[in-house]
Design a protein around this ligand. Structure first.
Ligand code: FES
Length: 249
């Protein structure tokens, strides 16, 4: 990947990524969160890659290991786009059937769809599952669209545009003022305004500043910080690079 020096170069690279992607082509998203990995997601990802390759579908069908969509008790979770067909508790042995039925023949493998325990009804789409129906994902809205090993996924979704804007159009002080104005606060309990913390660091006499990300996973096994990191958010809108810029006068 070439070094991107300007906001224009970033935008042109983003357009190039998008031009290589057909939104109508099948994309198999497999949750690679800790819960699903513990239930066999790595084997499922490997089985999809092998089966897609063996069937000569690699040019038109993509796979990605994504962040956690939240339905961990039903993992490994597989969602096939663009139809958004959701399969639960998928194992590697199910993969040949999914590829043959759903990818090649556009048929749903009903036995792998969510079954309502009260009514016995099946839900094919992820958004039709009661667990998801009333959810509005904000912070984690993109983690199911991003394979954390591919920065292109984040760039395709407009990633780093805020950083390009800050570095290209704003001074470090303007970035700090913007964060202060937003009143964004910590969520650790104290609710302390981030802008005031940043200002304190900026005004400190020491010439070298350090930006440290607290990625402590205080809730055992939840790995929520990792889920946020996985979609690159910490680097940009949440402030790792922007914070470094804003606290360095
Ligand atoms: S870890 Fe896969 S759904 Fe949460």
């Amino acid at each position: 990947m070439a070094r991107l020096e300007t906001p224009e170069a970033l935008e042109s690279f983003r357009q190039e990524i998008l031009s290589r992607r057909d939104p109508d082509s099948p994309c198999v998203s497999i949750c690679a969160g800790a819960g699903c990995v513990a239930s066999g997601a790595d084997e499922v990802i490997a089985a999809f890659e092998k089966e897609i390759e063996a069937k000569g579908l690699s040019a038109t069908v993509s796979t990605k290991g994504t962040g956690c969509p939240g339905f961990c008790e039903q993992g490994p979770v597989v969602v096939i786009y663009p139809e958004e067909i959701c399969y639960l508790q998928v194992q590697a042995k199910d993969v040949p059937e999914i590829v043959a039925q759903t990818i090649e023949n556009k048929q749903v493998v009903e036995r792998l769809c969510f079954k309502d325990p009260a009514t016995g009804e099946r839900a094919v789409k992820e958004s039709d599952i009661p667990f998801y129906r009333s959810q509005q994902r904000t912070v984690l809205c993109n983690n199911i669209k991003i394979d954390s090993k591919r920065i292109e996924d984040y760039l395709a979704l407009g990633g780093y545009a805020a950083l390009a804007k800050a570095l290209g159009q704003m001074t470090d002080l303007e970035v700090l003022e913007e964060v202060k104005k937003s009143n964004i606060r910590g969520r650790g309990g104290a609710g302390f305004p981030a802008g005031r913390k940043w200002e304190g660091s900026r005004n400190a006499e020491e010439p070298i500043k350090y930006v440290i990300v607290n990625a402590d996973e205080g809730d055992p096994g939840a790995f929520m910080d990792r889920a946020i990191h996985d979609q690159c958010l910490v680097n940009e809108p949440f402030g790792l690079i922007l914070g470094g810029y804003a606290v360095s006068p």
